[in-house]
Design a protein around this ligand. Sequence first.
Ligand SMILES: NC(=O)c1ccc[n+]([C@@H]2O[C@H](COP(=O)([O-])OP(=O)(O)OC[C@H]3O[C@@H](n4cnc5c(N)ncnc54)[C@H](O)[C@@H]3O)[C@@H](O)[C@H]2O)c1
Length: 254
Amino acid sequence: MTGRVQSKVALVTGGASGVGLEVVKLLLAEGAKVAFSDINEAAGRQLAAELGERAMFVRHDVSSEEDWTGVIAAVQQRFGVLNVLVNNAGILLAGDMESGRLADFRRLLQINTESVFIGCQQGMAAMKEKGGSIVNMASVSSWLPVEQYAGYSASKAAVAALTRAAALNCRKQGYAVRVNSIHPDGIYTPMMQASLPRGVSKEMVLHDAANNRGGRAYMPERIAQLVLFLASDESSVISGSELRADNSILGMGL
Ligand SMILES: NC(=O)c1ccc[n+]([C@@H]2O[C@H](COP(=O)([O-])OP(=O)(O)OC[C@H]3O[C@@H](n4cnc5c(N)ncnc54)[C@H](O)[C@@H]3O)[C@@H](O)[C@H]2O)c1
């Protein structure tokens, strides 16, 4: 099947790397016009030049409300409308509950959580007349805190709560805007690669799909498929949902 998001206009934050980049490529391949934003301007501009006419890059710090206003206006000006917002940009900082630094926790909340608050508010305002879909990238750590990433886990738990609140708001106000979150386990991206201990290879962490064995990491293309589903009209009755992409790890209590 192709054209699953034909003629829709999407904005993907953190689109210059990892999951965001795969989401941008997949939405383009399925017929959407795609604006992608990132704080990494050099990478974003280079990619936009390679991706062609239906792609557009905007420099964006997702923790800045002012930036958000400018980015959404730029997308509407270029493509006329906004139908899909993927709140994907995020950072990972280590720190457990004893050694974690308050400054790092605040930074995590700013980039991972405040960004989703602002994005949902402005995305809903932009979409409430014509309808749309907002997809928030959370993590399995929303429910199963990773000991050495306490602040990160909390920032993603808040993304789940904001998602439900935004979805409920849309339903109560009668806006045809759906809001859902995706909760992946490991994804083999630059974020994960930077956090792997020395000597741990890609093969050691990747999940072996054919045998349902091996590590807990998935290639970002597989997570992009879930974003595509939630962005498309195929998921028209799904809002306020938390899509667990952890291959049952949560059930195993790991
Ligand atoms: N990699 C994993 O194992 C994993 C697991 C679960 C959830 N996630 C989530 O998936 C999302 C994407 O992560 P990824 O693994 O692709 O990471 P990544 O580091 O490869 O990509 C993140 C992108 O976000 C951008 N970014 C960072 N701060 C920004 C800011 N202030 N404003 C705008 N852009 C900013 C970066 O420049 C980068 O391009 C994140 O929300 C992350 O928390 C990742």
